[in-house]
Design a protein around this ligand. Structure first.
Ligand code: FAD
Ligand code: EPU
Length: 342
């Protein structure tokens, strides 16, 4: 494998942050990984936690140069590996683009990922934070994944239970951070669709589209229309989607907040907790459309922080800290960053 030195990552992260990696390489097959990790140098980098796997760079904020190795995953390939009466099992290489995979499923009438259309990034990163949108998360269609263990230097399989999926969480995001390189993911998709139109915005868009017969293609189109209308296109304005998670609080705390803030947006979860709309909290604090230098809070969706051109990672990070502080001071609610900070 060709290891390059001092490589700019500006075009490899959707925030467009201009940092450099001390070492950089691309891999497009899993079988190359064991040999790559045989050397003493790799052993040292791994021990010092200085190896970073990069997919599409759409959920990362680089705040400094990477004093280690960036491994860009470009493993391709999508294949049907099995089926039963109700499902097909599709295995996709970790470097495949998520949205192109969704389009492949739509073309073949494989149901389950239509609500997740237009999410940027790679297949390999999709289990990392259990990507989700419009009432569906990948845990709903996940079957298993294969990964290379950087410590033990061997390949392992994870089933759904092993991954400990939660809201924008998995075992890979914290406990096993930088321990595994995910090389492929297998999805269990439905032959007969079970439509999820639980989101009001999706139902409304389908009505506006005059959809008479519901289909996975129509749902995907509705989701794409909604997303395009309020999320910034990273090719035009640097961003990493929602910068913060929507916070979960108990019912009593929610009712207390409702007294002072009758318009507060929140909905009840299965465990009785209330998920608050962080975008609403941030907007109420006056941040929507705010800009300082090239760092800003997007005018159409305040949960999204943006880079208008030449902001550096620390400017975006500092803005996120200010937002966290004012939301806490106003509502007593602690926001947590969703984006991976490096
Ligand atoms: P990267 O940013 O490259 O990496 C993210 C993390 O995963 C890093 O910690 C990285 O080290 C790790 N990683 C990447 N690949 C691997 C691998 N093969 N093995 C092990 N670790 C790996 N997310 C949602 O959930 N829902 C949304 O609706 C959504 N909307 C978005 C909209 C926009 C405009 C943008 C820019 C982002 C949005 N996101 C959303 C966030 C992002 O698209 C997802 O988190 C996506 O899965 C990131 O994929 P990536 O390949 O770009 O990951
Ligand atoms: N809202 C405001 N002001 C804003 C933004 C939002 O008041 O500036 C309120 C509105 O009441 C709105 C509610 O927040 O009805 C929810 O907004 P939206 O439907 O845009 O969704 P979100 O909660 O902001 C979440 C995910 C998105 C995902 C959408 C659709 C998180 C952190 N974000 O956003 O995921 O696409 O729902 O399911 O859960 C991502 O993770 O990067 C991401 C974009």
């Amino acid at each position: 494998m060709n290891i390059q030195q001092d490589v700019s990552l500006k075009h490899l992260n959707t925030f467009g942050i201009d940092v450099h990696a001390k070492y950089f390489t691309v891999f497009d097959t899993a079988v190359d990984l064991p040999a790559l990790f045989e050397s003493d140098t790799m052993e040292i980098l791994q021990a010092r936690d200085k190896i970073i796997v990069l997919g599409g760079g759409s959920n990362m904020l680089f705040t400094k140069n990477v004093d280690g190795l960036v491994l860009k995953n470009e493993i391709t390939g999508i294949e049907k590996i099995g089926e039963d009466a109700a499902h097909v099992y599709i295995k996709a290489g970790a470097g495949e683009n998520w949205h192109l995979f969704v389009l492949y499923c739509l073309e073949n009438n494989y149901a389950g990922v239509e609500n997740l259309a237009l999410i940027p990034g790679s297949i390999g990163a999709s289990p990392m934070q259990n990507i989700g949108a419009y009432g569906v998360e990948i845990k709903d269609v996940f079957h298993s994944l294969e990964a290379f263990d950087l410590k033990e230097k061997c390949f392992v399989s994870f089933n759904k239970m092993d991954c400990a999926f939660g809201y924008r969480e998995s075992i890979f995001k914290k406990r096993y951070k930088n321990v595994f390189i995910i090389t492929s993911v297998t999805f269990k998709l439905n032959k007969t669709p079970v439509f999820n139109v639980s989101y009001g915005a999706v139902t409304q868009e389908l009505t506006d589209m005059n959809v008479a017969d519901l289909s996975i293609q129509a749902i995907a189109q509705a989701v794409m229309n909604i997303r395009s209308s309020k999320l910034p296109d990273p090719k035009l304005i640097g961003n990493a989607g929602s910068f913060f998670k929507n916070p979960e609080i108990d019912l009593r705390s929610f009712e207390k907040l409702q007294v002072n803030f009758p318009g507060i947006a929140g909905y009840k979860l299965d465990d009785g907790k209330i998920k608050l709309a962080a975008g609403w909290l941030i907007e109420q604090c006056g941040w929507k459309g705010y800009r300082k230098g090239d760092a800003g809070c997007f005018a159409k969706q305040s949960l999204v922080l943006v880079n208008y051109g030449n902001a550096n990672g620390m400017e975006i990070y500092d803005l996120s800290s200010e937002i966290i502080q004012t939301v806490f001071d106003t509502f007593g609610v602690q926001l947590e960053r969703e984006v991976n900070i490096l």
